[in-house]
Design a protein around this ligand. Structure first.
Ligand code: V1D
Ligand code: CA
Length: 462
């Protein structure tokens, strides 16, 4: 497709409909099976007119993905909702019951509970709030099952990534913490889970849930000045007990640019992945770290954000890719569509979004470009000296890791449901084998895990 002058030339939509929308890039070494998990019902919910979280951005994203025909490169799933039992694997029963029962019409009967459960401007009671939460959580559990069964190498759920929700309360637009639910499931089969969060806000809910364990390493890049929501995420939050050193925080100032962000991201993540040796990676790709975001204050362009996803993918580990924040819907959808193309190894054709995109007028402001320039809008307060000190402090923290912790599978979390009987049986066998071998050296255990990862692919069918 050419980059034509919109004002003088008529689009020939019929001809354009046959033009290729992407070129497949063949990768000789790694061709992951990618699955895409999207329940269109999630985009129908509404937090309220003045609220910045707009679930319809998910519909816009899906429409771009489909218009570029990226569905041809993935297995598509229409996931079911999460059940109450699945939600209470992390959340308290009282809180889940409250979410199920309260509505805008009956909320006056729940005044005390509204206070107790931190309901307010950020997390209002809106129509269908429980259904919305169980839809996005169900989508991530579906994606997680595909990874666990070994039938996907990378599973995408742009509706997930609501990283602030706590066990007994919502926080920062997040009611249910789908990420924690997903990681609890992954821990049943994976010795070490790495969680990476590039939303501009600190991934506090996920960090808190796994603060005492060395089996989940959480890493969040975010704006930090002690006041910016949620106010946490300084260097000194490193985890406690067994989890000490397994929470990593990268506090950034306003206005960080593409080159500095990518350089810092790679220079931290490369040694971290090599040292922790995760067997699976969950990446939250909040789009509010883009330049021009309604709530954000960084200067990142879409390609820089996506470079972080590409870099993580290059390690060839099973991966869950999630959404998160993002408050300029047209940029959110451009980003997540482009990241879908990076994950599926295709190059999108043309500079403008396809003419077949419904709601194409949303992209008119930047002449329909897929990659509008989003940089240099905010003064960059991250000096070279500051970024170097951030890098050094984090590398210093990584020195305490002493390689990957070996794992006794007796440490798996309590039954959390959502796994089939067949998978349970395969897991029992794996755990028994692990017990037999628990006196092996650390290197041997790691090798055993590799062997088991291979075995699991055949044993666990979806
Ligand atoms: F601007 C608003 C208008 C209406 C309602 C809320 C907001 C708003 C903007 N920023 N709320 C915030 C943040 N809250 C506060 C607190 C309220 N004060 C008393 C302090 O500053 C919350 C920002 C949440 C960000 C969520 C997220 O992007 O990290 C996310 N990730 O996944 C899903 C959401
Ligand atoms: Ca973050």
């Amino acid at each position: 497709m050419s980059d034509w002058d919109e004002s003088t030339l008529q689009r020939d939509i019929k001809t354009e409909g046959h033009a290729p929308t992407y070129t497949k890039l063949y990768n000789a070494t790694y061709n992951p099976r990618v699955s895409y998990h999207y329940n269109p019902d999630v985009s129908k919910y509404h937090y309220g007119v003045r609220h910045p979280m707009k679930p319809f951005r998910l519909m816009l994203t899906d429409q771009l993905v489909i218009s570029y025909k990226l569905h041809e490169q993935m297995d598509l799933y229409y996931p079911r909702r999460a059940t109450k039992d699945e939600l209470t694997a992390f959340h308290s029963e009282d809180y889940v019951d409250f979410l199920r029962q309260v509505t805008p019409d009956n909320s006056s009967k729940y005044l005390e509970a509204l206070r107790e459960f931190n309901i307010g401007d950020d997390c209002p009671v809106f129509d269908g709030m429980y259904d919305y939460s169980s839809i996005y959580a169900g989508a991530l559990l579906d994606a997680t099952r595909k990874l666990i069964s070994g039938t996907s190498d990378i599973a995408i759920n742009w509706s997930g990534g609501l990283h602030h929700a706590k066990r007994t309360m919502p926080s920062g637009f997040c009611y249910v913490n789908d990420i924690v639910l997903s990681i609890l499931n992954l821990l049943r089969v994976h010795p070490r889970v790495l969680y990476i969060d590039i939303d501009i806000h600190h991934g506090d809910g996920v960090q808190e849930a796994f603060y005492t364990t060395d089996r989940v390493m959480t890493v969040s890049f975010h704006k930090y000045n002690g006041e910016f929501f949620p106010g946490t995420g300084n260097f000194d939050e490193i985890g406690v007990k067994k989890g000490k050193h397994y929470s990593v925080n990268v506090p950034l100032r306003d206005g960080i640019d593409d080159d500095s962000y990518i350089r810092l991201f790679k220079s931290v993540m490369e040694p971290l992945i090599t040292s922790f040796q995760p067997s699976v990676i969950v990446q939250q790709c909040g789009a509010d770290s883009l330049g021009g975001d309604r709530l954000g204050c960084f200067n990142l362009n879409i390609k820089a954000h996506a470079e972080c996803v590409k870099f993580v993918k290059s390690f060839g580990l099973p991966m869950l890719v999630l959404g998160g924040g993002g408050y300029t819907p047209r940029n959110v959808s451009r980003l997540w569509c482009y990241e879908t193309s990076v994950i599926t190894d295709v190059q999108l054709e043309g500079k403008q979004v396809p003419s077949s995109v419904p709601f194409r007028s949303y992209f008119a402001k930047e002449n329909y470009l897929l990659h509008p320039y989003l940089g240099e809008r905010i003064d960059n307060k991250n000096t070279k000296k500051y970024l170097e000190s951030v890098r050094i402090q984090i590398l210093e923290q990584l020195r305490f890791l002493n390689g990957a912790p070996s794992v006794s599978m007796s440490e798996i979390p309590p039954d959390i449901g959502g796994i089939t009987e067949e998978e349970e049986q395969a897991l029992r066998e794996l755990n028994e084998e692990m017990e037999v071998n628990k006196n092996r050296s650390e290197g041997g255990v790691r090798q055993l895990w590799d062997e088991k990862d291979e075995a699991r692919k055949g044993e666990l069918v979806d």
